[in-house]
Design a protein around this ligand. Structure first.
Ligand code: NAD
Length: 321
């Protein structure tokens, strides 16, 4: 079996590899060829930690496995990332452990790949301004991946702590693009594509602020109770997601569904758009919204790609169990 370290993942897998892996698995999910198994997430009553498993099987891509890990709030003081995870991949023909892959870097890569897939398939082709809501750890991965999807000419951003926007300004500068720190309302009225990637529990973007034709990728809400946008905005948009069951329970759509503003049948799996079974955006004025909840199959898809690439490049360690 292979051991693929965090460092090896960073070197082996690129943004286009992650994009292709995530796009393929979303497609397989919508065709009924890949399934996520029920998620386990528990407070363990020690170190304030939340620990759990996300697992699934992709029969099309032959990825079987589990991402195990969670959130340790005290890690930052130890110089470690609060989110910790490891992916275990199994041979679907024998059940033998195939690979043990560091999951921290890959989580950011697969989450950025998901919003990128949504931008690639749903944003207007002439989108010029990208607006970032949030400037935490995930945001830099999100911005880098998104900038590859359209010919953006400007980056604008809002964050609770404005000083953290410097990390997004740096990326914009690297790409030769201007960056402006703005208030949320201005962001919503100027941006053609918006990514929200915060831990907020309230609406940060209101329906009346967002202009027609915008694509919004809501990526921060992955737990019951979290919220980033006005439920009325969700109700006025054409809503897509990675997995409908998660979207209505732990994703951004949970609030609009709970308030009776939309129902499950109003939400489309993005895989259906990828597969050509749903037209996606149908007008230049439609607001499209992707509810990226984060599924285990994304983790398995990128871990599987990373393991293959690391092995090919001699960066995976092989051991006998
Ligand atoms: P982080 O702790 O590094 O950053 C948190 C961000 O949220 C910062 O920008 C902070 O200013 C902002 N924030 C916190 N509280 C807020 C509030 N009340 N109002 C507005 N902004 C607020 O976290 P991160 O690793 O960048 O993750 C950001 C979010 O994305 C988290 O909620 C995380 O759980 C989620 N996430 C989702 C997926 C997915 O697949 N959908 C994957 C990874 C992380």
């Amino acid at each position: 079996m292979l051991i693929v370290t965090e460092e090896a993942c960073k070197k082996a897998i690129g943004r286009s590899d992650a994009f292709n892996a995530v796009e393929s698995v979303f497609s397989a999910m919508a065709k009924g060829d890949a399934w996520n198994f029920p998620v386990v997430r528990e407070a363990i009553g020690y170190a304030d930690a939340l620990y759990g498993f996300k697992s699934g099987f992709d029969k099309a891509g032959l990825s079987l496995g589990v991402k195990s890990g969670g959130y340790w709030p005290g890690n930052a003081d130890k110089g470690l990332t609060n989110h910790q995870s490891t992916v275990f991949l199994f041979d679907p023909d024998t059940g033998q452990l195939q690979a043990l892959v560091g999951g921290n870097y890959l989580t950011a890569m697969r989450t950025a790949a998901a919003s990128s897939v949504s931008i690639a398939h749903l944003a207007r082709k002439d989108a010029k301004v990208i607006g970032m809501v949030g400037a935490g750890h995930q945001s830099t991965f999100q911005l880098r991946a998104a900038l590859e999807q359209r010919d953006f000419e400007k980056v604008i951003g809002w964050n609770l702590e404005p000083k953290d926007l410097a990390r997004l300004a740096e990326i914009a500068e690297e790409k030769g693009l201007p960056f402006k720190s703005v208030e949320r309302e201005q962001l919503a009225t100027e941006a053609d594509v918006i990514i929200t990637i915060t831990s907020a529990h309230e609406s940060l973007l209101m329906k009346d602020w967002v202009r027609p034709g915008t694509h919004i990728a809501c990526m921060g809400t992955d737990t019951k109770g979290k919220q980033e946008v006005d439920p009325e905005l969700i109700a006025s948009a054409t809503v897509f997601t990675d997995e409908i069951a998660q979207s209505i329970t732990i994703g951004e759509a949970q609030h609009a569904v709970a308030n009776g503003l939309i129902s499950e049948s109003d939400i489309t799996a993005i895989g259906a758009v990828i597969n050509g079974d749903h037209p996606g955006r149908t007008s230049e004025t439609e607001i499209t919204l992707f509810d990226g909840t984060g599924v285990g199959l994304q983790d398995l898809a990128v871990a599987s790609a990373a393991a293959k690439l690391a092995e090919q490049q001699g960066m995976a360690q092989e051991i006998e169990l």
